[in-house]
Design a protein around this ligand. Structure first.
Ligand SMILES: *[C@@H]1O[C@H](CO)[C@@H](O)[C@H](O)[C@H]1NC(C)=O
Ligand SMILES: *[C@@H]1O[C@H](CO)[C@@H](O)[C@H](O)[C@H]1NC(C)=O
Ligand SMILES: *[C@@H]1O[C@H](CO)[C@@H](O)[C@H](O)[C@H]1NC(C)=O
Ligand SMILES: *[C@@H]1O[C@H](CO)[C@@H](O)[C@H](O)[C@H]1NC(C)=O
Length: 278
């Protein structure tokens, strides 16, 4: 009897404690909400969430990714020397970004030839993933990928590049003109990185993503686009975010900053080491 009552009392005390803890816990997160609302960093562009290491406002996100994303109010773009590619999605847990080049040929549309070029930094920290395949089409018989660099071509998930000439309306034209299939090659980003389309001597390319999952699926149903796979060093953004701040950097020195409120930035976390308070 006494034991049960004691137990019940304990239980009540425990529950009260838990509730108090929950209430305390929700405080920092609402503080974080306020900080984000007031921060100079937009946290979305159209329907795409913008989180660390990315930023669409200068001084937001990680400095390595500076100027890589551009938000024009409705659409998010990945900016490269060869053009602005529309961002379809960002998966923060898997660290990938899917982009689409509206000027690229796909199974259903043939467009003029152009190159895919990234900066050296982009190639290092946010290159196309290994399951993004570049299909080089209408190559000349002198193309390096048919001769000296033959081993850079492969077939994936049971598919050969010739399939594109027969399955795709857009690519059937190559076949008509010569009455045979001109050479083609499935290859990885590194090939395109080191050899321009002129050097490769192929007039068109298209890119396909998630190629590991395409066994038994025809080219009409492939997903055309580029999946970029990014990495970034752990510079302590977690600590800043937990303290209610937004990770950013000094636009002059590129040193990390924890943006706490419009009037205060800190080096590491909010509430400590304040740099500027106005
Ligand atoms: C804090 O840093 C951001 C990003 O560099 C900058 O835009 C802002 O002016 C800074 N605020 C203060 C109070 O220094
Ligand atoms: C953003 O850019 C896209 C593509 O260039 C365009 O279709 C869209 O209208 C632009 N939106 C705004 C608000 O400028
Ligand atoms: C295919 O490549 C040949 C040169 O190898 C070129 O003359 C032809 O115009 C290309 N076809 C198309 C449809 O661009
Ligand atoms: C790809 O498959 C085609 C057709 O099955 C075959 O002719 C070609 O040799 C294969 N290429 C490679 C690189 O395995």
């Amino acid at each position: 009897m006494t034991l049960t009552r004691l137990f019940l009392t304990h239980k009540y005390v425990l529950r009260t404690l838990t509730l108090t803890l929950v209430a305390l816990h929700s405080l920092p997160s609402s503080a974080a909400g306020a900080a984000i609302a007031l921060s100079p960093c937009r946290n979305s562009c159209g329907n795409i969430a913008i989180k660390y290491p990315f930023g669409v406002d200068d001084g937001c996100g990680a400095p390595q990714f500076r100027h890589m994303l551009n938000c024009n109010a409705s659409d998010l773009f990945f900016v490269t020397p060869s053009g602005n590619y529309k961002v379809q999605s960002i998966e923060y847990d898997k660290q990938n970004v899917v982009v689409y080049d509206p000027a690229m040929s796909t199974c259903s549309i043939l467009q003029p030839h152009h190159d895919f070029i990234m900066t050296d930094i982009q190639s290092a920290i946010i290159p196309p993933s290994s399951d993004t395949v570049f299909a080089l089409l209408n190559c000349s018989v002198d193309s390096p990928v048919l001769n000296h660099y033959k081993n850079l071509c492969f077939n994936f998930s049971g598919h050969s590049c010739d399939e594109l000439y027969s399955a795709c309306n857009a690519f059937r034209v190559f076949h008509f003109l010569t009455n045979s299939s001109p050479p083609c090659c499935f290859t990885g980003y590194d090939t395109v990185r080191f050899m321009s389309m002129n050097i490769l001597d192929c007039t068109h390319y298209t890119t396909v993503l998630n190629t590991d999952g395409l066994r038994g699926i025809g080219p009409l149903d492939w997903v055309y686009g580029i999946k970029l796979s990014y990495t970034f060093p752990d510079t302590g953004c977690g600590r800043c975010a937990q303290s209610g701040g937004v990770c950013g950097f000094d636009t002059e020195t590129a040193g990390m900053l924890c943006l706490c409120s419009p009037s205060s930035n800190s080096t590491r976390q909010c509430g400590k080491n304040k740099l500027h308070t106005t």
